[in-house]
Design a protein around this ligand. Structure first.
Ligand code: ZN
Length: 429
């Protein structure tokens, strides 16, 4: 094996000292270079000199997506314009785009982080990587490509859409790795099947990002391609772009790049750290990002840390898959619940379809009630509804410590409006 992109630290203590050094540098750099950060830190009464240990991170104020939008067009910019070589922007679902600026070093670092993803997925320079994600001002395509070239594999920069070209490339160029959103990967697998190509293509690994994929979707993609591995690639434009970590071939969580950023998992209500292994919001502090450094950036993404060491022996810590957004959290009878919790419980039960709704009501007795409305699986017999509902109810109470009323409805009767469909209806007024 030639060049490695794995971290140089060898122990938890070494990582801590590396993180402290990066934290000190970041706070001082942001304070000096950015009016926004200077004002924020002054308001919080913290100066760069106050950062003496990693615990001092807790004294620093948070940055939110709203801060980025309010700072449009160049929020968090901490370097002079002559040092900026590129911008990227993420498509904010509401309001202005979040624009991030990159120095030449930021681009370098990102390519190295992304090359590490391919190394974590155990690629070799002989691999051929068909890139099926979008190129443009958002960070996807170019990140996958720069990382691939940095790693030394062959990139096939096709982009999304253009199914015919994808199929032709899959057959003619024999790519071994596909990088795509889950829905794109599934579409290509199904098209390849339809055209009788599955025996003539050679996709061994699929690296999927950008959207959450259900297990059934993942199994279907893996089965059709007869792929050896499906990897989850997380990332966000605020932290360079996709490629902030990757699961290894053991698939026991996503190894994340703790030498490039500090990841805090906080209770989104109290903003205090959750207990190890509990779900909370991912808050990022970058350690060497120059253009738009992040100090305690609240991503709103939810996950949990995975304690212990991975079978692969990597020193890189792990977090779980992204489990949803903290904005979606609701409180019922003093319990914090995320729709993803409910979804996770539902997926354990056979006989249900993919759509569900969570309805919250306050009844005359003054108490709050949660109703879970879930579709029966296509073709399933309605006679099984009662026992299915009972099973889900028991599981719900055991897992969430809250009771729910389970309503089984016909397959196809709940609205389907894509992955952003509204599933939570809080009618408590
Ligand atoms: Zn591992």
């Amino acid at each position: 094996m030639g060049r490695t992109f794995m971290p140089t630290y060898r122990s938890a203590d070494e990582l801590k000292s590396l993180q402290l050094q990066g934290l000190k540098w970041t706070v001082s750099h942001a304070y000096t270079g950015s009016e926004f950060y200077r004002k924020r830190l002054d308001e919080a009464g913290v100066t760069p000199g106050d950062i003496k240990s990693l615990d001092d991170l807790r004294r620093l104020p948070f940055v939110t997506a709203q801060d980025l939008q309010e700072g449009y067009p160049f929020p968090l910019r901490s370097v002079p314009f002559e040092d900026i070589v590129r911008i990227h922007a993420s498509s904010g679902t509401t309001g202005k785009r979040k624009v991030l600026v990159y120095t030449a070093k930021d681009i370098e670092d990102w390519a190295n982080m992304f090359a590490r993803c391919y190394e974590m997925a155990a690629l070799t320079p002989l691999d051929r990587v068909q890139i099926c994600v979008g190129y443009g001002v958002w960070t996807a395509g170019v990140g996958f490509q720069n990382g691939c070239e940095r790693f030394g594999a062959m990139a096939l920069p096709v982009g999304p859409g253009n199914t015919e070209m994808h199929l032709q490339f899959l057959e003619d160029f024999q790519p071994t790795v596909m990088c795509a959103t889950a829905s794109m990967a599934l579409l290509l697998a199904e098209e390849a099947e339809k055209h009788g190509l599955l025996d003539r293509i050679n996709v061994k690994k699929v690296i999927m990002g950008a959207e959450r994929a259900s297990d059934s979707m993942r199994n279907k993609i893996q089965g059709l391609f007869r792929a050896e591995h499906i990897f989850d690639i997380p990332g966000l434009t605020e932290v360079y772009g996709p490629g902030t970590g990757l699961d290894c071939v053991h698939h026991t969580g996503i190894h994340y790049w703790a030498d490039y950023y500090i990841l805090e998992i906080l209770d989104p209500e109290t903003l205090e750290p959750v207990k190890e292994g509990e779900v909370g919001e991912m808050v990022y502090t970058t350690l060497g990002k120059e253009g738009s450094p992040l100090v305690r950036y609240r991503s709103r993404d939810l996950t949990r840390l995975i304690p212990g060491k991975c079978a692969c022996g990597s020193i890189l810590p792990r977090h779980d898959r992204i489990m949803g957004r903290s904005d979606d959290m609701f409180i019922i009878r003093a319990v914090n619940i995320y729709p993803s919790h409910v979804e996770e419980i539902l997926t354990r039960h056979r006989g249900i379809g993919s759509e569900y709704q969570i309805l919250l009501d306050r009844k005359e007795d003054g108490k709050d009630y949660m109703t879970i409305r879930v579709e029966r699986a296509p073709g399933a017999n309605p006679e099984g509804d009662a026992s299915l509902g009972k099973g889900i109810g028991v599981d719900l109470r055991k897992s969430l410590l809250v009771s729910g009323i389970i309503e089984i409805v016909d397959y196809g009767s709940l609205p389907r409006t894509g992955r952003k469909s509204q599933r939570l209806f809080d009618r408590r007024g």
